[in-house]
Design a protein around this ligand. Structure first.
Ligand code: HEC
Ligand code: HEC
Ligand code: HEC
Ligand code: HEC
Length: 403
């Protein structure tokens, strides 16, 4: 077996540094965080002693953690380890266990223990097959199977009184489905079965179903139902609606789209706002000002329009997300930047936990706050799986042939 060590010789250390220098570096030569790179074999041995006595219980003697929510440290990037240990020491990264452990460590001790863990062979990814996550659109389609009998296969209504769901704003769809469940929006005999189906929805079903309908671009048409009234409404009358529902009937989110909506349903909805049975602070006052002719004619106007595709895009898959992360974290999470952690073969539960902490702000990092804020819970889970199952490569360091 080859014994691998960090070498102290400056020439070698700068060759090592050069291997990382290809990407933009936040660290400058002379920065304390680079000190683990210059550790001697004897320093690493001292780092190992410290690790054995005060870290191994949780992080493993070989840097492979066996405890829940505890990160693997083996093969982690040396400057990153140093910086995190300093952050715990300063209380900038909040964790009671870790702060206790590093509180009294000298800077030298931190350098040595960081060098030791960085020098170890990284964890192997789990040998099991990675858990598979549902594709959100396919899951939405499956959850919407019972809706088709009234709303049509892809959300185009063929029954007077049943609204089109195709082309509807996704956020509005989620909120309105939830309002039936909570009882804020009344249901009646026309949609009793729908209430039963929605009551059985799991949390994720709402977003998935909304995504499914919002993404139906093929077959996007007006409701295939009859209309009455006069679609030639005056500009004056429309002017009270266009700010939110558009002249073309495309809603400004979260206002719903009205283009091509079933006429009977539009009339029913306006009556419900007018008599207060559908309670809404925005629409209530507007509907109360409409007389019967206004209601029928505005409904005729909007139902005559052709719906437009929503601005909603298909969510990125974990692999597509990971391409963005890899710009900083290296190919498949094998960072080549000294201050950026490797993610490959890190523990799944830990990755998921810290991503949520960046999102909530419990763990602070400018780079990661921006990146994580746009991730959904599914994205976080998918990315944690992606990296936990990625093959890890050791930090670049200099192998020394065994004597
Ligand atoms: C009681 C268990 C425990 C002990 C002992 C312990 N750690 Fe930790 N360590 C943890 C946990 C849990 C975390 C994750 C905390 C968090 O999310 O901030 C952690 C996080 C870390 C991190 C951050 C890793 C990363 O990927 O961001 C480093 C570095 C670290 N520990 C090094 C050490 C060193 C060095 C020692 C010994 C001096 C040590 N730990 C002792 C439990 C422990
Ligand atoms: C029995 C027929 C029926 C079934 C089944 C049904 N719906 Fe409905 N749905 C209706 C009717 C009728 C309305 C209009 C009710 C009203 O006036 O509030 C409606 C309204 C809606 C609305 C409000 C649309 C808007 O523009 O405000 C949404 C969203 C919706 N349904 C989603 C679903 C979903 C998702 C399912 C499947 C889980 C489903 N529906 C199943 C009949 C049905
Ligand atoms: C200030 C913004 C705003 C204006 C102006 C406005 N609406 Fe709305 N409209 C909304 C919002 C928000 C909702 C969703 C309310 C809810 O959740 O019930 C809505 C819902 C509706 C609905 C029910 C759609 C559905 O799918 O269930 C109809 C019909 C409607 N508006 C018609 C009109 C008409 C006609 C006018 C002009 C007279 C108008 N609105 C003016 C914001 C507006
Ligand atoms: C602009 C560069 C950049 C991008 C892009 C980026 N990260 Fe990071 N990431 C960092 C830095 C720097 C850190 C260390 C921050 C700290 O000290 O908390 C980090 C830390 C992390 C950690 C903590 C690792 C540990 O061991 O505790 C995880 C997990 C992570 N990033 C995941 C991701 C994911 C997933 C993405 C893509 C959605 C991503 N990052 C995109 C720079 C980036």
């Amino acid at each position: 077996m080859t014994r691998r060590r960090w070498l102290a010789a400056t020439a070698v250390a700068s060759a090592y540094f050069a291997a990382f220098a290809a990407s933009a570096q936040l660290l400058k030569q002379g920065d304390d965080a680079l000190r683990p790179l210059y550790a001697q074999a004897s320093d690493i041995a001292e780092g190992k002693d410290l690790a054995t006595s005060s870290c191994a219980k949780c992080h493993g003697g070989d840097g492979i953690a066996t405890d829940r929510l505890t990160p693997n440290l083996a093969g982690q990037r040396p400057a990153y380890l140093y910086l995190e240990l300093k952050a715990y020491q300063a209380g900038a990264r909040a964790n009671v266990d870790m702060t206790e452990k590093v509180k009294f460590l000298s800077d030298d001790a931190i350098v040595k223990v960081a060098a030791y863990y960085a020098s170890l062979d990284p964890a192997q990814p789990p040998q099991t097959t990675p858990p598979e996550l549902d594709d959100p659109v396919a899951a939405g389609k499956a959850a919407a199977a019972t809706c088709a009998q009234c709303h049509g296969d892809n959300g185009v209504s063929h029954k007077a009184g049943v609204p089109n769901l195709i082309g509807q704003d996704a956020k509005y769809l989620v909120e309105t489905m939830q309002s039936y469940v909570s009882g804020d929006r009344p249901s009646d005999e026309s949609n009793e079965k729908m209430k039963t189906a929605l009551d059985a929805f799991k949390h994720k079903d709402f977003a998935n179903v909304a995504l499914f309908y919002a993404l139906q671009k093929d077959g996007l048409t007006r409701a295939q139902t009859p209309a009455q009234g006069d679609a030639a409404v005056s500009k004056d009358s429309l002017s009270r609606c266009v700010k939110c529902h558009g002249e073309d009937g495309v809603g400004v989110s979260p206002s719903p789209s009205l283009a091509g909506q079933d006429w009977t349903y539009l009339v029913k909805a306006l009556h419900a706002y007018k008599d207060g049975s559908r309670d809404d602070d925005t629409m209530g006052p507007k509907a109360k000002k409409l007389d019967e002719a206004d209601i029928e004619n505005l409904a005729a106007y909007y139902s005559s329009l052709t719906p437009k595709p929503t601005g909603v895009a298909r969510p990125l898959t974990p692999d597509q997300w990971a391409d963005k992360c890899d710009r900083c974290h290296g190919a498949n999470g094998n960072s080549t930047r000294l201050e950026v952690p490797a993610l490959a073969a890190q523990r799944l539960d830990y990755l998921q936990k810290v991503l949520h902490e960046y999102q909530s702000g419990a763990r602070k990092s400018t780079a990661m706050a921006a990146m994580s804020s746009v991730l959904t819970d599914d994205d976080v889970e998918g990315l944690a799986i992606h990296y936990a199952y990625a093959k890890a490569r050791a930090a670049v360091f200099v192998p020394v042939p065994s004597k």
